[in-house]
Ligand binder design. Structure first.
Ligand code: PLP
Length: 423
């Protein structure tokens, strides 16, 4: 079960071996013959040779996350940004097109709309609430993937994963889901039709504000060869790897992650350090215990805010009146996350005053930490967006994002109450 996999998944020590995942802090690995080394480079034998591509500590932790998500293979990356970039760029390159939910994280929006556009990949952004007709109309002959977030940061929209999976699959392309906020403890997107799952492990998986990181998990379910003409990178020989055809050599279960490792990690090098992977694993060991408390605190804070006269509105899918409550009941039956967004009456100025008055909750560009923190996205993470883009991203100028930590709910509510009283 999920809690057992959080604690023990991915690493099973043999007799007399370290109980905890060892930190293999080594850039390189030693071999007796050049022939053996050559086989590794040709992907003819498996083994480690250089930590930019693969490292045992990182692989143990990736294997745990693959297990948690119900996937067949996974890779760690140095950040969530790198995970989303690799997940998309592994199948969509210059001249290709991707359909994405418009309410994705600001950093992801910028990566897609600005940086990947410069690389020749075009994105069409659709509302997560769009009809199936609108969603299907966004596809083009060169569409290679569909992208969305289970619970969007910071808009807190809940994605109808089955609707997005249906549209992706009817056009012969995979659905990529960023599952950062829900974590596999609260939602396993592969069970609802997602093909690739990504994470910013910086958030709940780490959970202690210790290390930036990311992860990509492959479900092993998407049949690249069945849609071979769309995915030549997986279904035709890779001349930079002696003519290997990933989908043939590594099968459904291994092709996507092997290609991402052999090409993208080799060339871009966004690899985490073994030490960071070790810290991530410490966070994962208690993920199932912490998520329950984050959700309990989020629910209590959201209920308090929703009754407060100085609060204009509250977004939290755990509230019965929330726009996404029905989707949350389907996809997030055990709770969503600890992040609540709301508007303080009086707009941008009132939001800023409220945040200044907080004592326990700190102002941080962060979420999903053991310590409660809050942010005004319009003046921080989303400041590169114009008003139209802000509204499409589900971020109004008065929006405060509060990430409820693991403290006692009574203390959090008392802090919020005194901060509201002062404005
Ligand atoms: C934070 C975040 C990212 C980016 O991750 P980093 O680890 O900061 O690079 C991507 N997606 C979501 C949903 C996030 O919350």
């Amino acid at each position: 079960m999920i809690g057992t996999d959080c604690v023990q998944g991915g690493y099973t020590p043999g007799n007399g071996e370290p109980r905890q995942i060892p930190i293999i802090q080594s850039t390189t690995f030693k071999y007796d013959t050049s022939e053996h080394m050559g086989q590794l480079f040709d992907l003819e034998a498996s083994g480690y040779f250089y930590s930019r591509l693969q490292n045992p500590t990182c692989d143990f932790v990736a294997a745990k996350i693959a297990k948690l998500e119900g996937g067949t293979a996974a890779m760690l990356t140095s950040s969530g940004q790198a995970a989303n970039f690799f997940a998309v760029f592994n199948i969509a390159t210059a001249g290709d097109h991707v359909v994405s939910s418009s309410t994705v994280y600001g950093g992801t929006f910028n990566l897609f709309a600005v940086t990947m556009k410069k690389m020749g990949v075009e994105f069409t952004f659709v509302s997560p609430d769009c009809s199936e007709e609108e969603l299907n109309a966004a596809f083009r002959p060169n569409t290679k993937a569909v992208f969305g977030e289970t619970i969007a940061n910071p808009a807190l929209t809940v994605l109808d994963i089955e609707k997005f999976a249906r549209a992706a699959h009817s056009h012969g392309v995979p659905l990529i889901i960023d599952n950062t906020f829900a974590t596999p403890v609260n939602c396993r997107p592969i069970e609802w039709g997602a093909d690739i799952v990504t994470h910013s492990t910086t958030k709940y998986m780490d959970g202690h504000g210790v290390s930036v990181g990311g992860c990509i998990v492959d479900s092993g379910k998407f049949d690249w060869l069945k849609n071979a003409d769309k995915f030549p990178g997986l279904t035709t020989p890779d001349e930079s790897y002696h003519g290997i055809t990933y989908a043939e050599k590594f099968g459904l279960e291994g092709a996507f992650i092997t290609k991402a490792t052999a090409q993208l990690m080799r060339d871009f090098g966004s690899t985490p350090s073994p030490q960071s992977a070790f810290y991530l694993n410490l966070g994962l060991e208690s993920l199932h215990v912490r998520m329950a408390r984050h959700c309990e605190n989020g629910q209590r804070v959201a209920e308090f805010l929703s009754k407060h006269p100085k609060v204009g509105w509250v977004n939290y899918c755990g509230l019965p009146g929330d726009k996404y409550h029905a989707l949350a009941e389907k996809y997030l039956p055990n709770g969503s996350c600890g992040v609540v967004s709301f508007g303080v009456k009086g707009g941008r100025a009132a939001a800023e005053a409220f945040m200044k008055n907080l004592r326990l909750a700190a102002i941080e560009t962060h979420v999903a930490d053991a310590r409660t923190c809050c942010l005004h996205p319009a003046s921080a993470t989303h400041r590169q967006m114009n008003d139209e883009e802000l509204i499409a991203a589900g971020v109004s100028p008065d929006l405060v994002r509060m990430s409820c930590g693991l403290e006692d709910a009574e203390d959090l509510i008392a802090d919020i109450a005194q901060a509201l009283d002062k404005i």
